[in-house]
Every structure is written in C-alpha cells, then in structure tokens.
Design a protein around this ligand. Structure first.
Ligand SMILES: [Zn+2]
Length: 308
C-alpha cells in the first residue's frame, strides 16, 4: 500500500468531508481521496510532508507525458514542441522532488512555460509561486480558485507562497503550446473552481485522449457542493461517452485515486506488443460510475445533516 491515508473507506471519507474545508486554502492532508474499493487503513499523516518518505522516482507514461509527483499528490510534466507544461505544483519540500524529477528525465525546468493548477488547495498550488519566480512559468487557475489560493488558510500548515495573479482559466478555454492543445473544463465540487483538462498523449504514433478531473476528493461540505460535484461527474461522463472520441486515459491529481502507480508498474513490465495499461476507456467509465456512487452516498448524509 502506497499511502494509507488515501485509501480510507467511503464512510470515513464522508465523515472527514463533514469536518474539513471550512474555509481558507487547504484541506486536511488525510482527506483528499475518493477511492471506495480499497482496504481501510490507520489514519497517520506524519510522513505526508517528508520528502524522503514521499519520494517517487519520476517515470514516463507516454511519449509526451511524465510523472514527477510524490506518493500522495500527483504532478505531471507535459512535453510539447515549444516548451514544458507542469500540471499541479506540489508544495513545501516536495517542490524540489518535482524539479529534480524534471532534470533527471533530461528536461530543463527553465523550459517550463505554464503551471496549470487543478485547484487552490495547498498540496496542488503550493509550488506555483516558485515555478513562476524561478523559471518564469505562467500560472493558470480558475477565478474561484485563484481567490481560494489567495485567501489565508485557517490552518497555518496549509500556508503557501501565493503566486502572482496570472492566467485566469475559464470553462471552454483552450491553450495551445507547440504541437499540443489543452481544453479546460470548470468542474466544481471539491472546490468552487476545480479545473479539469484534456489533452492528447501519444505513443508509437497513436494519439489518445487523456482527461484529468481536477477535484476527485469528497472532503468538502454541504448539499449544494455535493450536487455541484455530481453535476461535474455527470458532465465528464457525457464527455467520456462522446461517439468515436472516448476518454481513454485517466490521469488523477492524487495517484491513488486513479491507479496511477499500479498502471505504472504494469507499464514497466509490459511485454512487446501488449496494450498500454493507461489506455482503458472502459475502466474510465466504471471509475466515473464509482465516483458518482460515492457522491450519491455523501448526498444522503449531507441532506440529513442539513435536516432535509
Ligand atoms: Zn484538494
């Protein structure tokens, strides 16, 4: 098991959700998960901020996509013909893990053109200011989550260096860099301004449609937000079901929520001619159905709490 905190059972996640995210820019470290089919585990959080305990060797997923994140939070490097894009920015000492990873893969962090942040919680946005200041990367987030990131958190552990207010990304926006175009969707629920995105990934001349749902965790409160989350999942389900254009690659911003490491192990031991383990359109549809079920369970609890 890679990170016991991220595989809490759904019931406990719902309880955490009821306790967490009262305001400010950060969640409890332990609550950012929505994986229901994993074994329960003891909630320990001591090693989440430890760069040694959390270190993951960077790895390649597709010709143009690499993982440079840590055990409990993802960070992806998207390589284009005109520079690099980082998706999420980690936080604290983990920022160095991402920078080291980029270098060890043979890329220069000075070629980072954009840092795209899935939402304004510290574990995703914490490193953005450093990439902006040090490498001149432009930082993009939704309007709502710029506001979240710029609001001092309730818990001092979640404090971050706030990046200079830069690109505001709206629903339907696209971003073109070299040979790559990303398309953005605002999919609220986990936060008010969760940013999801899709982009092409390639291997051996074949292109696949990768999608990253930027806010999977159910650690938030309220009937309204839960309904927003359900609407967001329903929207992604419609995108995934587009005729002739299925979403076939699931990238998640917490590795444990999208079987990232499990698939990476399969990829590392793949035999010649075997299918790419990250290309799994049917798996994506069932994953979304699981998110929907979890959120529907949460909605029942939230309605009871609200006296509805
Ligand atoms: Zn979060």
């Amino acid at each position: 098991m890679r990170c016991p905190l991220l595989v809490l059972p759904a019931v406990l996640l719902i309880a955490l959700g009821a306790l967490a995210c009262g305001g400010g820019a950060g969640p409890p470290a332990a609550g950012d998960s929505a994986e229901a089919d994993s074994a329960p585990a003891e909630p320990e959080s001591a090693d989440l901020n430890d760069p040694v305990a959390q270190r993951v060797e960077p790895f390649q997923i597709f010709d143009n996509l690499f993982y440079v994140g840590i055990e409990w939070v993802s960070c992806y490097l998207l390589v284009t013909t005109d520079g690099l894009i980082l998706i999420d920015a980690l936080y604290g000492d983990h920022i160095d893990t991402a920078i080291d990873g980029i270098r060890s893969l043979g890329y220069d962090p000075a070629d980072l053109k954009y840092v795209l942040v899935t939402h304004g919680h510290f574990d995703h946005v914490g490193g953005a200011a450093r990439f902006q200041e040090t490498y001149g990367a432009r930082v993009g987030m939704t309007a709502a989550d710029w506001e979240l990131a710029e609001t001092p958190p309730d818990n001092p552990d979640w404090e971050i260096d706030v990046p200079v207010h830069d690109m505001v990304i709206a629903d339907g926006d696209t971003l073109e860099l070299g040979d790559t175009e990303l398309r953005f969707y605002v999919t609220p629920g986990h936060t008010e301004g969760v940013l999801s995105m899709e982009f092409p990934v390639r291997e051996a001349g074949e292109e696949h449609r990768a999608f990253l749902f930027g806010g999977v965790g159910l650690n938030f409160e309220g009937v309204h937000r839960t309904n927003l989350y359900l609407d967001s999942v329903a929207r992604i389900q419609r995108l995934a079901a587009e005729e002739g254009n299925p979403i076939d690659v699931n990238l998640s911003n917490h590795a444990s929520m999208g079987r990232i490491f499990e698939r990476a192990e399969q990829l590392a031991s793949r035999a010649e001619g075997d299918p790419h383990p990250f290309v799994d359109p049917e798996g994506y549809v069932s994953w979304l159905a699981e998110l929907q079920r979890n959120a529907e369970e949460k909605l029942v609890v939230e309605r009871e709490l609200a006296g509805e």
